[in-house]
Design a protein around this ligand. Structure first.
Ligand SMILES: CCCCCCCCCCCCCCCC(=O)SCCNC(=O)CCNC(=O)[C@H](O)C(C)(C)COP(=O)(O)OP(=O)(O)OC[C@H]1O[C@@H](n2cnc3c(N)ncnc32)[C@H](O)[C@@H]1OP(=O)(O)O
Length: 179
């Protein structure tokens, strides 16, 4: 761990931004019931407020994990009137990334699986929820749902995130893994 390593610890709601002065994102543990969690970084495709092409997801921690309210719009169209499955996956992957605020660690997606049970419609309100199903060492097994205003679940997702250290983001020589 170096002095550039993202900090972990307890975050008082609304007290400090996600990014340190040197622009290295931090993943402090954020208390349940707090206000919006900080975006991963300003230009994050899922949640960055400065990314005009992004989803600008706003996520809160709750007693079970994290949740968000979201509407897909015409930028995310797949089949007419329906959100593109890749856009839905983007938002779910990013939502999973907010669970890092419940563990206070850096982690990345190793596996993401999505069941599209019913179309996700454009310009329609949805509630997204994610929680940690199990932790096994550095493996985080995660689950998520998207439900409509009638409490019907339209999408479910599971993910395996692996905890990594800061060097993961600093090296440019990653080798692919073959399973
Ligand atoms: C300048 C600083 C910037 C900092 C900035 C921070 C930003 C933080 C942003 C977060 C924001 C989030 C946003 C959304 C989340 C993304 O978008 S993350 C981006 C997408 N993901 C990636 O790029 C990850 C690419 N993959 C990798 O780099 C490497 O594969 C990994 C994930 C580091 C894992 O490599 P590894 O450590 O060698 O692990 P590997 O041996 O493959 O597997 C580890 C274990 O998992 C098991 N496993 C693997 N796959 C499976 C599977 N499908 N099922 C079951 N088990 C499996 C293996 O069997 C193994 O088990 P054990 O043998 O240990 O018991």
């Amino acid at each position: 761990m170096t002095e550039d390593t993202p900090r972990t610890g307890t975050h008082e709601p609304g007290s400090e931004p996600c990014e340190a002065e040197d622009s290295i994102p931090t993943f402090p543990v954020v208390a349940s019931g707090s206000a919006d969690l900080p975006p991963h970084h300003d230009h994050c495709l899922g949640c960055g407020p400065a990314n005009p092409h992004g989803h600008q997801l706003r996520v809160r921690r709750d007693a079970h994990g994290v949740h968000a309210h979201h509407r897909f719009d015409s930028r995310h169209v797949g089949a007419p009137t329906i959100a593109h499955g890749g856009a839905v996956a983007t938002v779910l992957d990013d939502l999973f990334g907010f669970l890092l605020y419940t563990v206070g660690e850096l982690a990345v997606t190793r596996h993401l699986a999505i069941d599209y049970l019913a179309p996700v419609l454009l310009d329609t309100p949805y509630t997204l929820r994610a929680h940690i199903h199990a932790r096994d060492g550095r493996k985080l097994h995660l689950r998520a749902t998207i439900e409509n205003d009638h409490a019907h679940v339209v999408t479910t997702a599971t993910a395996l995130f692996l905890i990594v250290d800061i060097d993961h983001f600093l090296t440019t020589t990653h080798q692919p893994h073959h399973r």
